[in-house]
Ligand binder design. Structure first.
Ligand code: T4K
Length: 378
């Protein structure tokens, strides 16, 4: 008999380093009596990040949203920015706060990233940039987007909130496009409680972003302009610094669980899984998205989502609704029906995936899903 989990199983769970190790770090913070504003631990963390990503051109932030928002601001964009409707709201909000008009275009059906042909078709004289999202850690079509940006003289920005740790041909994805943003929120594969990072190709952006995140301050007597407060504090930097050495282990654990999910779920009728990453890409296994095709399965995505809760399994409908269906953005849809994005938002469900979820739990979640789909348990 299939019974509910005794405790809630959420879509994700943050990894925490050994508490004694964090307490040692707290003692250092106490001794320093330096809590924020570019303290010694943040400096150490920034150096570790430079080494990890292989670029000096980066800037740490209080969260990914502010990293993106200020990154866009620092690049002095104007007019329209072509982006995806299938993402977390923060992507579009970062444009809104810069008074940039989002132009939402369709995604491609396999990995849910921007469809380059749709991007190119949406370019107008008002377009200044493309804001693409490596959604679920799936890489965008890097070459096609770079080619479009080059031919149309557009800036290319990546929201890589989900993609920290992903590499292509052995190279970090931090250095593609003009600017890449990572989120280090507690719900991510890698985190610093809250936190964000912007990596960029133009080294001059570093001073600009460092000022923007610190009220526009250049020195005690000089203010460059209206900045804001988007600094990372020492407690976050400490967490980020202590979680970083576990990256390989965290990704390996998620890979094992992903393979187990795939093996079982790919045999169930009406469930679709995006293909694994191409051979030259190392994934970070950020999310476990499935699509429920109501015409093939005996159940809709929403019914499955609700019924899973009765088994204490809290999957999430990332990303639903489409941004173009949110009242603040619905007037910005200029590109017709967005059929792929619309279908994906209707069918998508992300299942629990985190470092210490057990293989037994994955098998049990799969058995519950099979049961709800009217299939025999394995
Ligand atoms: N761009 C994209 C594409 C993004 O996905 C995001 C953030 C951003 C930009 C902005 O980056 P940040 O400014 O956040 O750095 C969560 C996260 O808050 C958000 O960071 C993330 N994307 C988004 C996809 O997911 P919610 O509202 O779904 O989170 P919440 O609080 O419901 O948490 C989800 C589950 O995680 C909970 O059911 C339980 C578990 N959880 C959560 C927290 C916070 C824990 O076990 N422990 C925790 O501490 O937005």
């Amino acid at each position: 008999m299939i019974t509910p989990f005794p405790e809630p199983v959420y879509v994700t769970k943050p990894f925490l380093p050994p508490i004694e190790q964090y307490l040692d770090g707290l003692r250092e913070i106490w001794a320093n009596a330096w809590l924020t504003n570019g303290g010694p631990i943040l400096r150490r963390y920034t150096e570790a990040m430079v080494a990890y990503l292989g670029t000096e051109n980066l800037c740490m932030f209080a969260n990914g949203t502010l990293a993106l928002q200020l990154g866009l601001h620092g690049m002095q964009l104007h007019g329209e920015v072509i982006t995806t409707p299938f993402t977390f709201v923060a992507t579009a909000h970062a444009l809104w706060w810069n008074q940039l008009k989002p132009v939402f275009v369709d995604i491609e059906p396999q990995y849910y990233t921007l469809d380059p042909a749709a991007v190119e078709a949406a370019i107008t004289p008002e377009t200044s940039a493309i804001l693409a999202v490596h959604v679920f850690g799936n890489l965008c079509q890097l070459e096609a987007l770079a080619d479009i940006a080059r031919r149309h003289h557009l800036r290319l920005i990546y929201d890589a909130a989900h993609a920290f740790g992903v590499t292509i041909d052995g190279q970090s994805i931090a250095t593609f496009g003009d600017l890449t943003m990572f989120s280090f929120h507690a719900t991510k594969v890698y985190h610093s409680i809250e936190g964000g990072l912007a990596c960029f190709t133009d080294p001059r952006l570093k001073a600009t972003l460092n000022q923007l995140k610190n009220f526009g301050i250049v020195s005690e007597s000089e203010i460059a302009g209206p900045g804001t407060n988007a600094k990372m504090n020492e407690f976050m930097a400490l967490m980020g610094l202590q979680v970083l050495p576990y990256m390989e282990e965290l990704i390996a654990a998620r890979a094992r669980l992903t393979h187990a999910y795939r093996e079982r779920l790919s045999t169930l009728p009406g469930l679709l899984l995006p293909p694994p990453a191409p051979g030259n890409v190392t994934s970070c296994y950020a999310y476990l998205p499935i699509e429920v095709d109501e015409t093939q399965a005996s159940i809709s995505r929403d019914t499955l989502y609700e019924r899973l809760k009765t088994y204490n399994v809290f999957a999430r409908r990332y990303f639903y609704p489409l941004l173009t269906d949110c009242p603040c953005y619905e007037q910005d849809c200029r590109s017709g029906e967005l059929p792929v994005a619309r279908r994906t938002a209707r069918q998508i469900l992300t299942l629990p995936l985190y470092h210490d979820l057990t293989l037994d739990s994955v098998h049990r979640i799969c058995d519950i899903i099979a049961h709800l789909l009217g299939e025999p348990a394995a």
